[in-house]
Design a protein around this ligand. Structure first.
Ligand code: SF4
Ligand code: SF4
Length: 174
């Protein structure tokens, strides 16, 4: 039977995470670590110890911003950002009760926008996210301010080769 560690490594398809010797350079540089339930290197330790339910149920995997600071700092080339992607995929597949539901909804709104036009259409993405999350008013002020300053485009361009984008979505079953 495949262990949790083996499955995570298989999906990462890169440097195996047991290369980690827990120097904590990743955690020291992570801009989101202060808000995480478990630090990035702690997640690696938990995977090594087979704590699948705790890892997939944790808020950490959703709070990771995929900034890749940890990847650039790791002396062993462990790709924690990719690992977090893998863990999010596994959490969705295993239908765990996602702790950060609005972050998942934001990911879905982002991908819908890319799927539709090949690029982000900010008004569409924001409207889609608001409908999904039911969080209608939390950042209206910021949105208006961005609009006034020209930071929010109402008419985002579409990519020329939308067929290629659709093909990527079909082939990755996104
Ligand atoms: S920086 Fe790399 S080796 Fe160090 S704790 Fe993080 S993942 Fe492990
Ligand atoms: S990719 Fe995620 S875990 Fe790594 S530094 Fe950025 S936020 Fe932290």
């Amino acid at each position: 039977m495949t262990t949790f560690l083996e499955e995570v490594n298989r999906r990462i398809d890169g440097v195996p995470i047991q290369r980690c010797y827990h120097c904590r350079k990743c955690t020291a540089g992570c801009p989101i670590a202060f808000a995480m339930e478990y630090n990035p290197n702690k997640i690696i330790r938990m995977i090594q110890n087979g704590k699948k339910a705790d890892v997939l149920n944790s808020s950490t995997i959703w709070l990771c911003a995929s900034c890749e600071t940890c990847v650039t700092r790791c002396p062993n080339d462990v790709d924690i950002a990719r690992m977090m992607d893998v863990l999010r995929e596994m959490a969705i597949e295993e239908r765990v009760d996602i702790r950060e539901k609005n972050i998942l909804k934001f990911h879905e709104a982002f991908l819908s926008s890319v799927k539709m036009g090949g690029r982000i259409n900010e008004p569409f993405m924001i409207a889609n996210y608001k409908l999904k999350s039911g969080d209608y008013f939390s950042d209206v002020g910021m949105g208006l301010s961005m609009l006034m300053k020209g930071k929010l485009s109402l008419f985002s361009p579409r990519t020329k080769d939308i067929k290629a984008v659709k093909k990527i979505f079909n082939e990755t079953k996104a």
